[in-house]
Structure formats: structure tokens, C-alpha cells
Write a protein that binds this ligand. Structure first.
Ligand code: ADP
Ligand code: MG
Length: 247
């Protein structure tokens, strides 16, 4: 039986007088892999921050795991990687292991080791976070998001500072978690090629929802050809078809 992980109805948010998102309604079921796409400034991060309770909606409703968001308490079910790592004070005197362990309620050494191994940073375990490069810090934050094996993982433009090899490892990991653990995943990006390769559902937004549905629906939509141009739509749909053929 499908269970709904997130549902929003007519979600609207304004920064002072600037309307950032309007009337966003969508549903995410357990095991979905949703790509949220849209141009810069289209409200993707704002939507995610509303879902996570970092921002309070102007109007509309949000349900998390079947509960109204303001009654929801099981935040350990959700792993979140923010777009800006400013949340991470790089002067914080924590080692890589300690910061990764913050993703866990009970610290378990082998789980921390596994997460660091997955992100290829086991050799940095005892280093201070402030000493690392931005790309290394981002891998620590990915390890932290992965370590608690949450039911829902939300990545906001996760790979901007990653080298191509680490980026591939990261995306393969999300795919593995999604397929084997049925982890529900939201991947926010403006990289439409990546979305086509990994996500199975698409939410295309520009302040409001322009498209929400499966890739099959997206690829068959002439309205979306109009938005993206046939070239971009072809890239997205081609990548998706290739993946479906391999699996
Ligand atoms: P995206 O993640 O799609 O690039 P954002 O959600 O970050 O878009 O931003 C949506 C709109 O809200 C943009 O016009 C942005 O300038 C504005 N915005 C974002 N954060 C703030 C803020 N803290 N104060 C005022 N305006 C903001
Ligand atoms: Mg953003």
C-alpha cells in the first residue's frame, strides 16, 4: 500500500513583499525519487525550507508522513543537505567523525565508518572540519545526511562543489538507497541532465508548479516541449530511456 511521505496543498510563501512560491500542491509517496527543477530564483530552496519548517508558510498546508507539519516530531526520519553550508559553522571545533555522528541519535562507530567510506573521506576522520576544502566539507555533510539512513532524504543542489568522480559516486549512492532501502529522495537541481538520469518523478516549478508527474508523462507532454525546448526535453528523456533500458 503506498504511503504518502509529503503532501502540500496550495503552499504559498513570501519574503516580505516578494512572493517566492505560490499555490504549490504535490504529493510524494514512499520510495519515490523526485527531481525538483526550475531556473535560479524559482523558489526551489524556499519550497524545501517550508517543507522542513525552517520557513513558515504564508498559506496552504503541509503534511509529513501523514501528520500536519506542525504536529510532526520525527525529524530523525528526514535527512537534509542545505544548498548553502553556512548552517555549518566552519569554525566549529568538530572532527569529521564527530560531525558525521551528529546525524545519528546513538553514535555507532561502524555506521560512521561506513558513511565516511561511502563518501571516500575515511582518511579525513580525525581532521577538523574547518581545515577541509569546501568539496571535502560537502562530502562530510553528505555522510552526515546518509549515516542515519532516514526514510526521506532531501538534497538541495548537492553537487555544486563536488568533482565529477565524487558526484557520480554520490548519485549512485542515492540510487542504491532508493532502490534497495526504498528511501524516498528529493533532489533539487537546475541540472536537467542529472534529473533525467536518476529521478523518476519531476516537479518543474517557477514560483508555481509548471509540471508534476512521471517522466513518461513529462516526455509525452508537448506543453513541456514548449517550456524546455525540444533539445532539452530530448536530453532529459533520452537519459531516462537509457537508464530504463539498462535496468
Ligand atoms: P531557487 O532555490 O530556486 O534558486 P530560492 O528559493 O532561493 O530559489 O529563491 C526564490 C526567490 O526568493 C528569489 O527571488 C530569491 O531572491 C528570493 N529569496 C530567497 N531567499 C531570500 C531571503 N532570505 N530574503 C529575501 N528574498 C529571498
Ligand atoms: Mg536554491
Amino acid at each position: 500500500m503506498p504511503s504518502t511521505i509529503i503532501s502540500t496543498q496550495n503552499l504559498t510563501y513570501s519574503y516580505n513583499s516578494t512572493r517566492a512560491i505560490s499555490d504549490i500542491s504535490f504529493k510524494l509517496e514512499k520510495g519515490d525519487y523526485l527531481g525538483i527543477v526550475g531556473p535560479n530564483g524559482s523558489g526551489k530552496s524556499t519550497l524545501v525550507k517550508n517543507i522542513l519548517g525552517i520557513l513558515t508558510p504564508l498559506s496552504g498546508s503541509i503534511y509529513l508522513f501523514g501528520q500536519p507539519q506542525n504536529e510532526f516530531r520525527q525529524w530523525e526520519k528526514i535527512g537534509y543537505l542545505p544548498q548553502k553550508l553556512s548552517a555549518l559553522n566552519t569554525h566549529f571545533p568538530g572532527s569529521v567523525s564527530e560531525i558525521t555522528a551528529m546525524g545519528l541519535k546513538k553514535r555507532k562507530a561502524h555506521e560512521i565508518k561506513n558513511a565516511l567510506d561511502m563518501m571516500g573521506i575515511a582518511h579525513l576522520a580525525s581532521r577538523l572540519i574547518g581545515e577541509l576544502s569546501y568539496g571535502e566539507q560537502q562530502r562530510v555533510m553528505l555522510a552526515r545526511a546518509l549515516v542515519s539512513q532516514p526514510d526521506l532524504l532531501i538534497f538541495d543542489e548537492p553537487t555544486t562543489a563536488l568533482d565529477p568522480e565524487t558526484r557520480d559516486i554520490f548519485y549512485s549512492l542515492t540510487e542504491k538507497l532508493n532502490r534497495t532501502n526504498k528511501t524516498t529522495i528529493i533532489l533539487v537541481t537546475h541540472d536537467i541532465g542529472i534529473i533525467g538520469k536518476y529521478a523518476r518523478r519531476l516537479l518543474y516549478m517557477d514560483k508555481k508548479v509548471l509540471f508534476t508527474g512521471t517522466f513518461e508523462e513529462f516526455c509525452a507532454s508537448s506543453e513541456m516541449t514548449g517550456f524546455f525546448g525540444s533539445g532539452s526535453q530530448h536530453i532529459i528523456c533520452h537519459q531516462h530511456n537509457v537508464l530504463e533500458t539498462i535496468n
